[in-house]
Design a protein around this ligand. Structure first.
Ligand code: G1P
Ligand code: ZN
Length: 543
């Protein structure tokens, strides 16, 4: 066994986006491509010699091969020990939990989240730091910079290890432990929620469906929901993780989780439906014929958290990403706690959680989480809702409509225009930027723009500044329109337009979202000249 130093050249395209480096599998399979990036991470994370790391992924195509390469490279760096999920599997929140529990120096997560998997689809890699959360921008920028000048990497010349068998093994001097991906995570959930109460609810006939979308949460959900909490066998659908997610798009929204949506519609036998994404950090919550918007879900969690064991002392504060609806702000106001507005992406919540400024946080993009880990957590959100249902003994729709009656309702939707030409997308954003001063104070169809800007965030903990985080138009009645370009896509650009309108007085029978937002949607399209610039008449996805 010998440590080899391999000469290489920079690819110059390894700039991490919102959640790490994401590219087509074929790009990652180029000789030296993954190696260059991993070496760059190790260099910036150094000293990692003598340290403990965690490695795992969502099981997508190329996961196992990438893990073997990473193990050999870590051994060449002198890493003391690596915990790796059995079969290379670990959900993103489970990696975060494991880093924290074992006091590891960090971890590598192999995933492209909700993007499709397979030889012609997407792969991704990101580094999480000691607190269990995604590395900050300063780190990822430094990695990118290093990758642009890299000339060699180190790798141990050795055979692959067996990822299927639990227990210890070695690569050179480095210890490896293949761990059960579920057990540590399941124990953490049992500590946060009232499992006995949820179990009694299932024992008395409560029926639900959880769609694992052939991605990472299958084994977690089967163990926790069916084996521990006693939900009926078959509660978890699409439970087996597959390298190509069964050809599906493992994104828990109304479009991609259509099988689940169907199971909860009409005269459904189930009271609750939920789904998670490729790597297990997103969640979608459904009642019978009822969709809970992620922004509302966050607000409802914040309003009720004190009822659950893990949050019985109340919340220190809450946070949401800027495009997320302001529903949670209303709850924070009533509770007398701070509500922080951060840029898109989970990494901005890390400092606030570490500094105990917040307990709960979330994004409109089907992500919510708490201080139990430093990632958003899909199954955690599902268990939160189950615990709430077990306490309130009300339907999902009843809980939501009562919340609206108490706090008002934030009608909300997001329009995505996918795979548009990058130049067109950048020009559109540039045009909006240049229009800002002109837009200020203008009235469109009774909606007056009170404030508009290019969102910039100053981290209240380390004072770091993140600029250009989206263009927001705030109207005098509290309505908002936000435009930003996705940082996670791998084909062209994705324009996201977020539209929101607040109605303080809501009758329990509320109007259709698209109808309520129709005027604002038209205003949003006109201001950004979406049709003429992109040639698109309709968004690809509406959530
Ligand atoms: C998207 C979501 C964002 C989320 C990220 C990672 O990023 O919008 O909220 O944090 O995925 O799951 P985007 O593609 O918009 O940059
Ligand atoms: Zn994800």
């Amino acid at each position: 066994m010998k440590i080899q130093t391999i000469a290489t050249q920079p690819f110059n395209d390894q700039k991490p986006g919102t959640s790490g480096l994401r590219k087509k599998v074929k790009i990652f399979q180029q000789p030296h491509y993954l190696e260059n990036f991993v070496q760059s991470i190790f260099h910036i994370a150094s000293p990692i010699a003598g340290q403990l790391l965690v490695v795992g992924g969502d099981g997508r195509y190329y996961n196992k091969q990438a893990i073997q390469i990473i193990l050999k490279m870590a051994a060449a760096q002198g890493v003391a020990k690596i915990l790796v999920g059995q079969n290379g599997l670990l959900s993103t929140p489970a990696v975060s939990a494991l880093i924290r529990k074992q006091k590891a120096a960090g971890g590598l997560i192999l995933s492209a989240s909700h993007n499709p998997g397979g030889p012609d689809e997407d792969f991704g890699i990101k580094f999480n730091i000691q607190n269990g959360g995604p590395a900050p921008t300063s780190f990822t920028e430094a990695v990118y910079k290093y990758s642009n000048n890299i000339s060699s990497y180190k790798i141990l010349e050795t055979a692959d290890i067996d990822l299927n068998t639990l227990g210890p093994s070695k690569m050179g001097d480095m210890q490896i432990e293949v761990v059960d991906p579920v057990s540590n995570y399941a124990a953490l959930m049992a500590h946060l929620f009232d499992f006995n109460r949820i179990k009694s609810m299932f024992d008395s006939g409560f029926s639900m469906r959880f769609d694992a979308m052939h991605a990472i949460t299958g084994p977690y959900a089967v163990e926790i929901l069916e084996n521990v909490l006693g939900a009926a066998p078959g509660t978890v659908i699409n439970a087996v993780p597959l390298e190509d997610f069964g050809g599906g798009h493992p994104d828990p929204n109304l479009k991609h989780a259509h099988e689940l949506v169907k199971l909860l519609s009409g005269n459904s036998a189930h009271s609750f439906g939920a789904a998670s994404d490729g790597d297990g950090d997103r969640n979608m919550i459904l009642g019978q014929n009822f969709f809970v918007t992620p922004s509302d879900s966050l607000a409802i969690m914040a309003a009720n958290a004190h009822l659950l064991p893990g949050y019985k002392n109340g919340l220190s504060g809450v946070a949401r990403s800027m495009p997320t609806s302001t529903a949670v702000d209303k709850v924070a106001e009533k509770l007398g706690i701070e509500c922080y507005e951060t840029p898109t992406g989970w990494k901005f919540f890390g400092n606030l959680l570490d500094d105990n400024k917040i307990t709960l946080c979330g994004e409109e993009s089907f992500g919510s989480g708490s201080d139990h880990v430093r990632e958003k957590d899909g199954l955690w959100a599902v268990l939160f809702w189950l615990n709430l249902l077990a306490i309130k003994k009300q339907s999902v729709s009843r809980i939501v409509t009562e919340h609206w009656a108490r706090f008002g309702r934030n009608y909300y939707c997001r329009h995505d225009y996918e795979a548009i030409d990058s130049q067109v997308a950048n020009d559109l954003m540039q045009y909006l930027l240049q229009s800002l001063s002109e837009l200020q104070g203008q009235t469109f169809n009774n909606y007056t723009i009170e404030m508009c800007d290019d969102f910039s965030y100053t981290d209240p903990v380390d004072n770091s500044i993140s600029d250009h985080q989206g263009i927001r138009l705030l109207f005098s009645d509290g309505s908002r329109i936000v435009y930003r370009l996705s940082g996670t896509g791998t084909e062209g650009a994705t324009l996201r337009v977020y539209i929101e309108k607040f109605e303080p007085e809501v009758s329990l029978q509320s109007g259709e979202t698209q109808q309520v937002l129709a005027d604002l949607i038209e205003i949003a399209n006109n201001i950004a000249q979406i049709h003429t610039r992109t040639g698109r008449t309709d968004p690809d996805v509406i959530t």
